[in-house]
Design a protein around this ligand. Structure first.
Ligand code: AHR
Length: 498
């Protein structure tokens, strides 16, 4: 049976705003994510502004990165901010015990981070050290970053930045059930309350506090019960909670190759990705119980595909290539986040550059944009748009024991007033025909952009950086309120109704 889908799109029934921060990024001191990927130093031959790569900044600006989470990850719970300020030559050289056992010279610290996000135009999501730091150290970091006056503000000025920075988001540790301290949820909730008490910002400014969240990749006890306990015990002290869920195409121990996979590996990865929907629904139920006003948010502050490291690379650097399969994983997740926009108001893909499901890969002066980058580019009209309900009936795509709907869809009314429809055909072999009734919008024409490739394993590398890139899509028509489209096999399409 050829894949097909019918749907009704109801533009007259707008839903919640899709927070642009669901397109947030995560940049940890891990492998070449920061060093090499972002920071090359002011003396580098690679074109840079105060040590930060110009090519990378331009690429990130082009996809309008709204928020960047830093400095970790597991790294955050061992990071001591004072080691990353002041003259760079005097900063201590440490060992990055989590990631590859390499030296960390602290060249990229608080000032460099804020310079970077200002160049990109993104907000700050800073993760504090709960694991082996104290509440005082955390409180002083926040004071250093945000205080208009006082001795820490003077120190910041002495180090080159008189004006306080805005810290829109602050994470109270990371994965406290694991690398952040191996805590039980009850203990983590108490610790979260304690640290949260001392996160104070100047009058008239706001920093939203995000609790370290549950995972769906390890330890059963850390799943819904984590959110339940955190919300029950510490809910009054936080503005939201994290949730981590990675797509491991294989298992936790053997995740599988990023590039060498067959159709079963494709189907398995996409089926596992769709579990995100079920997990978010579970966390939302708990949040609704403790926060019926829907004030607190879920930040999916780590998500994405996690494959085996690129052969020959340092396994602690979590370097992996990125194929058309990763692009599908990104698009399916974004469609899910859009459907959960009421509660999911931030997400941070792991990770931005050279690590896990990256937007960008670099090698010395070279840079390449991955298929995942192009998905973020296609979905730009979703940023701060208004969710529009889509009632979808799709045929199923089957491969071995994996079965998933062939077509995934999400619709919005963009900030420009136009209706956008994102469509994903997961079937790698057959085109899918889509017919939609569009209510509540008068459109005379439809245009679109598509991301697809000849093979499931297609990727961009330094030799061929443009193998997978968006193109104009002409396979859709609209007449009155009837929209039809033929989606090529393994494609992601963004339609714009004009
Ligand atoms: O993103 C890599 C690591 O995955 C993060 O440091 C940690 O939070 C998670 O386990």
């Amino acid at each position: 049976n050829a894949p097909s889908a019918t749907m009704t799109i109801d533009a007259a029934k707008p839903g919640p705003r899709i927070d642009r921060r669901i397109f947030g990024q995560f940049a940890e001191h891990l492998g070449t994510g920061i060093y090499g990927g972002v920071w090359v130093g002011p003396g580098s031959k690679i074109p840079n502004t105060r040590g930060i790569r110009n090519d990378v900044v331009a690429a990130l600006r082009a996809i309008k990165v709204p928020v960047i989470r830093w400095p970790g990850g597991c790294f955050a719970d061992e990071y001591h901010w004072r080691e990353g300020i002041g003259p760079r030559k005097q900063r201590p050289v440490k060992v990055n015990t989590h990631w590859g056992g390499v030296t960390e010279d602290n060249a990229f610290g608080t000032h460099e981070f804020f310079d970077f996000i200002e160049q990109v135009g993104a907000e700050a999501y800073v993760s504090g050290n709960v694991g082996n730091g104290t509440p005082a150290e955390m409180a002083e970091w926040i004071e250093y970053m945000t205080a208009p006056a006082g001795s820490l503000a003077d120190l910041r000025a002495k180090n080159g930045h008189k004006e306080p920075w805005k810290v829109q988001w602050f994470g109270i540790g990371n994965e406290l059930w694991g690398c952040g301290g191996n805590m039980r949820p009850e203990y983590a909730a108490d610790v979260t309350k304690r640290y949260s008490t001392f996160i104070k910002v100047p009058r008239g400014t706001k920093t939203l506090k995000i609790a370290s969240g549950a995972t769906h990749n390890v330890f059963d006890w850390a799943e819904y019960n984590w959110t339940e306990v955190m919300m029950r015990e510490a809910g009054s002290e936080i503005d939201g909670t994290g949730v981590h869920y990675y797509t491991f195409p294989g298992s936790m121990r053997s995740k599988g190759s990023a590039t060498d996979f067959d159709e079963e590996g494709w189907a398995r990865a996409l089926a596992k990705t769709l579990k995100m929907d079920e997990y978010l629904t579970g966390h939302e139920k708990i949040m609704d119980k403790y926060d019926p006003q829907n004030e607190k948010l879920i930040a999916v502050d780590e998500w994405g595909a996690w494959h085996d490291p690129t052969p020959g690379s340092n396994p602690g650097f979590l370097q992996q290539q990125n194929t058309m399969r990763d692009a599908m994983i990104a698009a399916l997740n974004i469609n899910i986040f859009a459907h959960h926009a009421r509660r999911v108001r931030m997400a941070n893909i792991a990770q931005m550059i050279n690590v896990l499901q990256a937007m960008i890969l670099t090698d010395g002066p070279k840079m390449v944009l991955t298929p995942t980058y192009h998905v973020f580019d296609l979905y730009k009209p979703f940023q701060d748009a208004t969710f529009i309900p889509v009632e979808l009936k799709s045929t199923w795509y089957h491969k071995d024991q994996w079965a998933i709907p062939a077509v995934s869809a999400a619709a919005v009314r963009g900030t420009d007033g136009k209706v956008y429809l994102a469509l994903v055909n997961v079937d790698p072999n057959s085109p899918a025909s889509v017919s939609a009734t569009v209510n509540g919008v008068t459109a005379g024409s439809v245009t679109g952009r598509i991301l697809t490739a000849d093979t499931m394993q297609a990727l961009n590398d330094f030799a061929a950086p443009d193998r997978v890139k968006p193109a104009a899509f002409t396979g859709a028509q609209i007449a009155g309120n009837s929209l039809s489209a033929t989606l090529p096999a393994k494609s992601i399409v963004m339609l714009e109704l004009n």
